[in-house]
Design a protein around this ligand. Structure first.
Ligand code: 2M8
Length: 435
């Protein structure tokens, strides 16, 4: 059974691997290379095809801009089955953008640092992988410098995101409070996602108006970070995004220590690591909710909702033992009932929870993978095992879908997963969980 699932996962990944040396997240729905998808995918690939794993990361990093920025989508082809494409995003507006690759002008959670470390953990030929890492690591370092120098206008140790697509958790109910502060124009455009996936499982047209409007403001300012910090109606310190940066930062420190030399870089990373963790615990912890929350930097207010992003700091060793205990209790009380699979992407006790709609409730395998690792690290072995087994059960029963219903009883015998099918990171991370 286990071997069979691994074989099926490998088939998914192989079918999604493209000639250009990267893996699409899901055929039809997502036909290009996505930043954080590529990272998770490389972890799966490292278990059975080291060349593809290396290629995945190399291809992504080739699209890096001269200021260290790594875009969220690299448009390797002219495929028009996705909206908005490169002609809407116009990365060429930024003076330091890649001249070779068309991309978006926004980024995604910085997973690449810890991915390199995981690739080293997984492969047998450590020396060969270390050689590869030596050739790539400075690009990831430059990316972290980019974040610290350009995405932290008040020099707090926490970086901002300026778009919900940068968070990776696109239509999370967390953003609803921000949409309430905006009134974008009604755009005329042709959605492509809803031709691939049932519209009830995707964001609404009005939500897309908000998404496009924020990009328009960034474009009017040629994707200039300082201008975006000043003008974007969406400016958020996201616990998931910052936890990924902290996790990757730690990985870079440890990898540079193995490589040797690079003392100046290690010093820089350590300095930022310390102040980031301190700021994270100070600013993003909500004692009343017993969870980490997002902070709306534009409107100067915490966004007081619990989501799966609230638990991601466990993966980055951010909470103290005591705080981790409070956090895990919150998770089990709100998300962990016997009638549910762990872990819903949004608080099931909240009115905004929707078990079928994308990031508004369903279970995501990448979030579960991080949660599993974090829980294990803090000694919550039983809960970690439950997260792992729930993930495997869902994929085994429903297929390698993009997201899954967290309710054990949906009242629907013909249930399946939601969103895109043959979804790459679901396959990649199941391989890692099963190995
Ligand atoms: C989803 O986001 C894209 C935009 O980036 C979309 O809806 O078109 C998100 O789940 C995101 O986290 C993910 O990286 C991407 C590709 O799988 O799809």
């Amino acid at each position: 059974m286990k071997e069979n699932l691994i074989h099926r996962a490998i088939d998914v990944l192989d079918a999604n691997f493209q000639e250009g040396g990267f893996t699409i997240p899901s055929k039809g729905l997502y036909p290009f290379q996505w930043k954080w998808d590529s990272g998770f995918i490389a972890i799966g690939l490292a278990h059975y095809n080291t060349d593809h794993a290396k290629k995945e990361i190399e291809t992504l990093l080739n699209a890096q801009w001269d200021n260290g920025f790594i875009p969220h989508i690299v448009f390797h082809t002219d495929d028009d089955s996705y909206f908005p494409g490169h002609d809407f995003h116009r990365s060429d507006l930024h003076p330091l953008s890649s001249k070779k690759y068309k991309s978006t002008g926004m980024t995604q959670p910085p997973v690449t640092g810890f991915v390199l470390q995981d690739m080293l953990r997984i492969v047998e030929d450590k020396e060969d992988m270390l050689d590869f890492i030596k050739g790539q690591i400075d690009k990831v370092y430059d990316n972290h410098v980019y974040f610290y120098e350009n995405r932290d206008p008040q020099n707090e140790g926490l970086v901002y995101i300026y778009h919900n697509w940068e968070s990776g958790t696109d239509n999370s109910p967390v953003w609803d409070d921000i949409w309430d502060t905006m009134n974008p124009p009604e755009y005329t455009f042709e959605r492509k996602d809803t031709t691939h996936v049932d519209a009830s499982e995707r964001p609404s047209k009005r939500e897309y108006d908000h998404y496009l409007y924020i990009i328009d403001i960034a474009k009017q300012n040629n994707y200039d970070d300082a201008k975006i910090a000043e003008l974007s109606p969406f400016l958020v310190q996201d616990p998931l995004f910052n936890a990924m940066l902290i996790k990757s930062n730690q990985a870079l420190i440890e990898l540079y220590e193995i490589i040797g030399g690079n003392d100046d870089k290690i010093t820089y990373l350590k300095k930022n690591q310390e102040r980031s963790i301190a700021a994270f615990n100070q600013k993003l912890w909500d004692a009343e909710l017993g969870a980490y929350v997002h902070y709306d930097l534009r409107n100067n207010t915490p966004i007081r909702h619990v989501s799966s992003s609230s638990f991601s700091p466990l993966f980055a060793a951010i909470p103290s033992k005591e705080r981790a205990e409070v956090l895990v209790n919150t998770m089990m009380e709100r998300f962990g009932g016997d009638d549910k699979y762990l872990c819903a992407s949004f608080d099931p006790t909240n009115d905004r929870f929707n078990p079928r709609k994308y990031w508004r409730g369903p279970v995501w395998i990448n979030m579960n993978w991080m949660l599993y690792r974090g829980l294990k690290e803090y000694g919550y072995t039983d809960i970690a095992e439950r997260v792992k087994n729930d993930s495997i059960e869902l994929v085994e029963r429903d297929g390698f879908f993009e997201y899954f219903d967290c309710r054990k009883d949906t009242g629907d015998e013909t249930r399946k997963g939601y969103g895109g099918d043959n979804f790459s990171w679901s396959a990649a991370l199941i391989i890692d969980l099963l190995k």
